[in-house]
Structures are given as structure tokens and as C-alpha cells.
Design a protein around this ligand. Structure first.
Ligand code: DX5
Ligand code: ZN
Length: 236
């Protein structure tokens, strides 16, 4: 079976941290493409989660790229640390850094893929002029800070506009969606141009993981549940 071009990035924010190693092995075996790690500082967002130490631990048991989402103020201070810890894609918020161009350039210099994530209220103007410096443009479809929140429907036109902005400039920037992604909205998100899907509760809150990931992928690929093939280990 042809490998899917849709990227599913389960967020470990919703995993069982007492069994993090097992959880990671399970989602990887279940077909995850990336592992999403939400770093929160209690300042940029009203929650505190993990730092480079956990990223480093995750790296030890990961065979797929680490998609690290920094929801922290002044991310520039920690870019080197996250690089050393093993981040493959490092995404920052333009709302949290004064010099986004400098931050993105540094991320690439360190050899990582550079991402920018936009809060729901932030306009596309925040990234328009740095689009050539981006590998990933992420639209937050919840206010960052917590897993399990509801998808903000009014972000659909923003996604559409982002897609046209990138198409016009002929840039290959991957569009990632984070927050409230489910098999119900993954299809319309993909039709509007989303290529990577972060999913916390839709995966870790819905075992078995293989089935949860397959449902998201099928929805994003435009298949309906009835046409889903029975899970074949190792196949996509
Ligand atoms: C929210 C985080 C998300 C979160 C997604 O601030 O950035 O990555 O884990 O969780 P769900 O998929 O449950 O909305
Ligand atoms: Zn995230």
C-alpha cells in the first residue's frame, strides 16, 4: 500500500506519563508519523508541562521525527537546548518572540525544521514576510495551553487564506493543524490544505491507537469509515 502523505502527529500531552516509554512505542507501532511534544512555561500559556529533559528521553525511544511545539516566552534562549535534546521540527509562536526572522533562521542553522504557530487571534500577517524561512506553518485551532479543548470552527477561513498565501508564493511550507482535531473535522481540514494533524485526545483518549490513527488518516485522505481496511500490522 502506498505510504500516506498525511502526517499524524500524536501529542503526548494526553499520554499516560507514568508509562511514557510504552505509550511512545505503542503510537509508533500504531502508525504515527511524528511525535508532538507540547512545551509550556506557565507564562506564555497558563500551564506548565515539559522541557528539554523529557524531549531527550522521548528521543531515546523514538524512531520517528520529534515535532516540538514551544509555547514559551522568549524561545530564543532555549533553541540550542531543544536541538541538543533531539527536536527535529521546532515550532515557535510569533506572539512570544520579538524577532521571528532571527528565531527561524537560528532554528534552521541548528539543522532543525522551523515552524511558526499562530494563536487563534493572530493574523497571517505575522508570518507572511517570513514564509520563505518556514518549513511548517501551524494554525492553532484552540487557544494553546491544554489538551482536550473544542475545535474553533472560525479558524477554517484562516486555513483557506494560509493555503492561498502559500500557493501564491509557490513555497513548500507544510500546513499543520493543532487543537481539537478529530476524524470528524480532519476531512474538511485536509480539503482546505492541512497536511499535518496534531491529535492528543483523539489518539491517546481513544485506544486502540492503531484504530484511532487509521480513522484520522482515512478522514484526512477523504475515505469514509466504511471503506477502512482491517488493520494489517506494518501496513498503512
Ligand atoms: C494545546 C497543544 C496541543 C494539544 C492538542 O495547547 O498545543 O498540541 O495537545 O490536544 P487535543 O488534540 O486534545 O486538542
Ligand atoms: Zn501543540
Amino acid at each position: 500500500m502506498e505510504k500516506s502523505s498525511v502526517i499524524i502527529s500524536p501529542s503526548i500531552l494526553s499520554a499516560d506519563f507514568t508509562r511514557l516509554g510504552e505509550e511512545l512505542r505503542e503510537v509508533q507501532e500504531a502508525g504515527a508519523d511524528w511525535i508532538h511534544i507540547d512545551v509550556m512555561d506557565g507564562r506564555f500559556v497558563p500551564n506548565i508541562t515539559v522541557g528539554p529533559m523529557i524531549v531527550e528521553a522521548v528521543k531515546k525511544v523514538s524512531t520517528i521525527p520529534l515535532d516540538v511545539h514551544l509555547m514559551i516566552s522568549d524561545p530564543d534562549k532555549y533553541l540550542d537546548d531543544f536541538c541538543r535534546a533531539g527536536a527535529d521540527i521546532l515550532t515557535v509562536h510569533p506572539e512570544a518572540t520579538y524577532h521571528l526572522h532571527r528565531t527561524l533562521t537560528r532554528i534552521r542553522e541548528l539543522g532543525m525544521k522551523a515552524g511558526a504557530a499562530l494563536n487563534p487571534s493572530t493574523g497571517l500577517g505575522a508570518i507572511r514576510h517570513v514564509a520563505p524561512d518556514l518549513d511548517v506553518a501551524m494554525i492553532m485551532t484552540v487557544n494553546p495551553g491544554f489538551g482536550g479543548q473544542s475545535f474553533i470552527e472560525t479558524m477554517m477561513p484562516k486555513l483557506r487564506d494560509l493555503k492561498s498565501l502559500l500557493d501564491e508564493s509557490d513555497l513548500t511550507v507544510l500546513i499543520e493543524i493543532d487543537g481539537g482535531v478529530t476524524p470528524k473535522n480532519a476531512g474538511s481540514l485536509a480539503r482546505e490544505g492541512a497536511q499535518a494533524f496534531v491529535a492528543g485526545s483523539a489518539v491517546f483518549g481513544n485506544p486502540p491507537y492503531r484504530e484511532a490513527i487509521a480513522k484520522l488518516r482515512a478522514a484526512a485522505e477523504g475515505q469514509n469509515e466504511a471503506s477502512l481496511q482491517p488493520a494489517i500490522p506494518g501496513a498503512r
